[in-house]
Ligand binder design. Sequence first.
Ligand code: 5AD
Length: 377
Amino acid sequence: MTAVADTFDLLRLIDALAATGHLSHEGYRALILHRMAVESATVAAVGASNTRSDPLTIPDEVTEALATRAAAVRDNMYGRRVFIRGLIEVSNICKNDCYYCGIRASNAACDRYRLEDADILSAAAEGYALGFRTFVLQGGEDGHFSDGRLVPLIRALKSAHPDCAVTLSLGERSRDSYAALREAGADRYLLRHETATAAHYARLHPAGMSYERRMQCLSDLRGLGFQVGCGFMVGSPYQTADDLARDLAFIEAFKPDMCGIGPFIPHKDTPMGGYSAGSVGLTVFLLSIIRLIHPPVLLPATTALGTLHPAGRERAILAGANVVMPNLSPASVRKKYMLYDNKLSDGAESAECLDELRHRMAVIGHEVIVERGDVRK
Ligand code: 5AD
């Protein structure tokens, strides 16, 4: 097949995806392999010296057509309005030992902390004054955050800020626990599925963790009436185009309310510290596909994208994303929530610098909005 026919076929795949929200495994795989080929050709052409700044700027007709379609679909659903979430990292203590993650239990070099309720409530109050109407409590799987501690905390947050949404991102819990948190007033839950391929899941996690349990949690959360977010890393060790195609098929089937994807970034004190980072360009490309699969999805331009590329978040918004999650954690703990090396927590990444974020979004024609930003049903 010639390059021209190839492009024509890929553009037809994008049309079909936009029209139906569906592609076959082979269809997703062809799009992913195309983007991978563009990037490796670019790297070959400009040389390894340039691989740190991702080959984002190399013009590619297919990538551009996809991003344009995805942005139009996002505009139609939400307009050029960027929802913001205040991220409060409540604890970096974690019982799990995920091979890629900087706060894994076995990382003795990680300086552990756990916030008090008073810290969390004052971070939220500060966030409210800045214009945040969603608070995300995110943390490792820290047994200290029992239902007994979380239920009154969620109630206190909701009564202090009745016009705000509370999102939890606290890992795997029992259905009963999720039910108690939902009953207390939590609106949304983020739990990345990490990979929709069981064998790949097993290579990223130790034996005690399972893909089936992860999926069970997502289905429990959905059943309890949470707005549910899943997501995955792009370029995680051993990941193939087939694995990514299965992630897309999973998203097609699950239709998440939110979907967080970001490039894998090595953390030096983990078993996967020697692998190379995922690609910003491929991540942005996948964001566009996900927007076309499920138009109402809330798609964050993630911190990992901003960490790997100075314009990573803008590229994500221009390709169909519509959420940014600045850090609202107390400044004293921000550097301790190091999921991967060099994780950003300042500049447009921090809640205090919302004006910088507003400006950066305005430059690309988007407006940061003060509202809960629920998923459109
Ligand atoms: N690189 C990128 N993302 C990571 N996460 C954890 N470790 C890394 C890493 N090294 C992501 C996972 C997890 C979320 C909390 O952060 O997807 O779900």
